[in-house]
Design a protein around this ligand. Structure first.
Ligand code: BGC
Length: 822
């Protein structure tokens, strides 16, 4: 052994002895010891001040305590990639994953997300989102899996296990009953106990009990009069006592409202930067209002997660090469394809083959642009690459099929303010470009205006405070207006802008408002946008056909009630020549793919969608194209359901692709060309209008900010079954390129209350493919009113053509039960 080697061996022995020495005195540092033992040992060494430090984060991490070797626990949104910091793989969104009904796949996806998170020094993912899809227009439907508690639960458990298998904490959100974005910070959901337990909690329950989730995020809303972040029934009685949850509860961002009430009722740690825990909690302790035992209990929960994620152990070097590695790219494409649902395939228009299709026209706003995700905190804005449907189709078509592209119509995906040069005020005394504004010091446009003046563009973000501030584009007039606006105040005012608008070109215009609060827009006497109620910042859209050079009357009315005030008016132009170009292309092509739908601007956290309609010019595009080509396949990107009625009968093919990650376009092409046989099934009922599920709309805009879930347990298909609404595409629906035949149903009683349901499924068609068998339970003579059927089991198996596979679904007593509040 040479000198260097001897030196190295001696150094290793010394470090080993040192570590052994440390472990003897500080067992919490010993990775071979049981985690609970290590946590208790560490707690004994901590002062109450140090414990308190663990309970107040600094934005996206908990606070580290260097002297004890406790690093910060770094969190990241999620859930479809840990996107804090550098670029990652962007996996498909919630209801795309939901539509795969594939528990193994979802565990693989979350494990990949976990590995990428770890490589970025992130130990806690803010997800999965496992709320029930109740309101068809909820702005976050795309984040959630399903309307069904059983399906949501199975997928939530898988996601949790896959992620935590990589030692990254899952944060189940948003606990609980967070099913709409409207009034999301203050909404009070009135829901009875049976409905809570049967519909809204099972996914959380299973992810805690079966998935052993390490963290839970309380929701913004209230449940039965109490904010979720201080709701004893939800956090303490159910989550911690009934389910035995041992991780920690954090509130949603800015979702905590108190210090003591939160701490006493089950909130453990506020990760975002807030002034509710930290100092106030320390003060409460020194006043004797909260005991050290309780603070220790809260710190124990946080510490346990820190240990579970391996943060207290020597960390292996982060492997950054894992991010966007070929395996993750492949998995991402597979996941996106497994979630695609084939909704219509008349005359076997799909899959396309070079024998049938020599020329393919690709059309639509979502063809050349990939719609990876919905908007808000879940959006993965930094990715390595994006495969649009057009990219995917071009590479799948190879040189056997000629692919041509014409966008036809675009999609307004940002707000472009209407320029002053197109506007003429109704009163020209102060200039000729812009609209005449009348400011009222009440929110009903009553009495005489306090200020009347010319506003060039309507692009205002006024902040709370005694004065009204103008946006950047109006800064040159800030002094004049802010003096006058003192007479108006920051809240409780209204404005009417009037004049004309002269479009530079003939065609369709989408007018877009972004307002907080109420707004009404009239163009040429027609009301295009009507949102005359108080709300957070929300976008609304209205489409109208206008002719070049004609001055159309414009009236825009706005009111501000309280808080931040925003009023922006934008527009987006659709050139009719572009639609004609697309129609011409469709006419000379063997088949057409129209990539339609919405994007993260239209469906996003923070606001609900305004209606079910596709941005209207898209309907016109589809209708016109369908008139000239009989092989039209519409591919949709969206989270919640869209109104397909205007053209569904006119097109033979319809593919629901959701928002499906940065490999989305390849996945779409895999389905269109039959590289993959579609097997996805709808994870929610595809309603087309508010009348199909009235309970969600009945008391939606209540001024008292309550939403009473009067339908009880009859949510989604449970409602449609009961009222026979004749829904176009029901829950669980999805076509395949092949056919399956079921036989040999046998119900085996495994034990007193345990059943095994056996059957065979044969692939009787011409394509290999997977089938998702669904098992529903129904009580024959119920003592309480129960749904006609309830999903209680499913299995997805790949079956080559002409072959059969045996399915077995087991059912335990819980699947037959209902919740009796008594
Ligand atoms: C969202 C959460 C998210 C958090 C942190 C909140 O507004 O509701 O889902 O995890 O922000 O970004």
């Amino acid at each position: 052994m040479n000198f260097k080697c001897r030196l190295f061996v001696t150094a290793c022995c010394l470090s080993f002895l040192f570590l052994v020495g440390c472990f003897e005195t500080e067992p919490y540092k010993d990775p071979s010891k049981d985690i609970d033992e290590r946590v208790e040992d560490l707690l004994k060494r901590m002062s109450v001040e140090q414990k308190l430090l663990l309970l107040q984060g600094d934005g996206m991490s908990t606070v580290g305590i260097q002297s004890l070797g406790i690093p910060p626990l770094n969190c990241s949104d999620g859930p479809f990639g840990a996107h804090r910091g550098a670029a990652i793989t962007s996996f498909p969104c919630g209801n795309s994953l939901g539509a795969s009904w594939d528990t193994a796949l979802i565990a693989d996806v979350s494990a990949a997300i976990g590995r990428e998170a770890k490589a970025k020094d992130i130990q806690c993912l803010l997800g999965p989102g496992i709320n029930i899809i109740r309101h068809p227009l909820c702005g976050r439907n795309f984040e959630y899996y399903s309307e069904d508690p059983f399906l949501s639960a199975c997928l939530g458990v898988s996601f949790t296990k896959g992620l935590q298998g990589e030692k990254v904490a899952a944060t189940l959100k948003h606990y609980a009953v967070n099913n709409q974005e409207f009034y999301r910070n203050s909404l009070d959901v009135i829901v009875d106990e049976r409905t809570l337990q049967e519909i809204y909690l099972p996914a959380f329950r299973d992810a805690v009990i079966l998935g052993d989730a390490w963290s839970v995020m309380s929701a913004y809303n209230m449940v039965n009069g109490v904010h979720c972040s201080e709701n004893k029934h939800l956090l303490t009685e159910i989550l911690k006592e009934d389910w035995g949850f041992r991780g920690f509860v954090m509130p949603d961002w800015a979702g905590a409202h108190s210090t003591l009430a939160s701490a006493n009722n089950g909130l453990d740690c506020v990760v975002y930067d807030s002034d509710l825990f930290g100092r106030p909690l320390a003060d409460a302790f020194s006043r004797g209002e909260i005991s050290e035992t309780q603070i220790t209990g809260m710190a124990r929960r946080v510490l346990r997660v820190i240990f579970l994620t391996g943060l207290m152990d020597p960390l292996p070097a982060a492997d950054e090469n894992i991010i966007n590695c070929p395996e993750h790219r492949k998995l991402n494409r597979k996941a996106a394809a497994e979630g695609i649902v084939l909704l219509k395939n008349e005359n076997n228009v799909l899959p396309f083959s070079p024998e049938k299709v020599k020329s393919l026209a690709v059309i639509g706003p979502n063809a050349a642009k990939l719609r990876m995700g919905g908007g808000g905190s879940s959006y993965n804005s930094k990715v390595f690459y994006q495969i649009s449907p057009l990219d995917g189709i071009v590479s799948a078509a190879g040189n056997k099929i000629k692919v041509s592209f014409a966008q036809g119509v675009g999609l307004a995906d940002t707000l472009v303010p209407v320029g002053a040069e197109f506007l003429r005020p109704s009163n020209k005394s102060r200039g000729t470009k812009g609209l005449w504004a009348e400011y009222y010091n009440n929110k009903d446009l009553q009495g005489k205006p306090i200020v009347s003046q010319l506003d060039t563009t309507i692009d205002f973000v006024w902040e709370t405070g005694p004065k009204i501030y103008l946006s950047d584009s109006e800064k040159n007039r800030i002094d004049t207006l802010s003096e006058k606006s003192e007479l108006i105040g920051a809240d409780n005012f209204s404005v009417r802008w009037t004049g004309t608008i002269t479009p530079p070109k003939t065609g369709f215009y989408d007018f877009v408002t972004h307002s907080d609060d109420g707004v009404r827009l009239y163009v040429n006497g027609e009301i295009l946008i009507d949102q005359w109620y108080s709300h957070d910042k929300e976008f609304r859209y209205g489409t109208i056909e206008l002719e070049e050079g004609i001055a159309y009357s414009v009236k825009l009315e706005y009111y501000e009630e309280i808080g931040g005030a925003t009023m922006r008016l934008g527009w987006f132009y659709h050139d009719p020549e572009k639609i004609e170009e697309a129609v011409r292309l469709a006419k000379i092509s063997d088949a057409v793919v129209i990539c339609a739908g919405i994007d993260k601007f239209w469906e996003a956290e923070g606001a609900d969608r305004s209606n079910f309609d596709l941005p209207l010019v898209q309907n016109r595009l589809i209708e016109e194209v369908a008139k000239v080509n009989s092989n039209v396949v519409v591919v949709l990107n969206n989270g919640g359901p869209l109104n397909l009625r205007p053209w569904i009968k006119e097109v033979p093919g319809l593919v629901e692709a959701w928002f499906n990650g940065n490999e989305g376009g390849n996945a779409v092409a895999d389905i269109l060309f039959g590289v993959q046989n579609p097997s996805g099934k709808l994870p929610f009922s595809y309603v087309q209008s508010a009348v199909e599920f009235p309970p969600a709309f009945d008391n939606y805009l209540n001024r008292d900010k309550t939403a009473e879930y009067k339908e009880g347990v009859f949510v989604g298909y449970r409602y449609h079954d009961k009222y026979e609404t004749g829904i176009m595409f029901p829950f669980g629906f999805g076509l395949s390129y092949t056919t399956f035949e079921y036989s040999g149903l046998k119900i085996e009683r495994v034990s007193e209350n345990q059943f095994a349901i056996h059957f065979s499924v044969k692939n009787t068609g011409n394509f290999d493919g997977a089938e998702i068998a669904q098992l529903y339970v129904s009580e024959l003579n119920p003592t309480v009113e129960r749904p006609i059927k309830e999903l209680k089991g499913f299995e997805k198996i790949f079956i080559p053509k002409n072959e059969s596979r045996s399915f077995m679904i087991s059912v335990d007593p819980r699947q037959f039960s209902f919740f009796d509040p008594q």
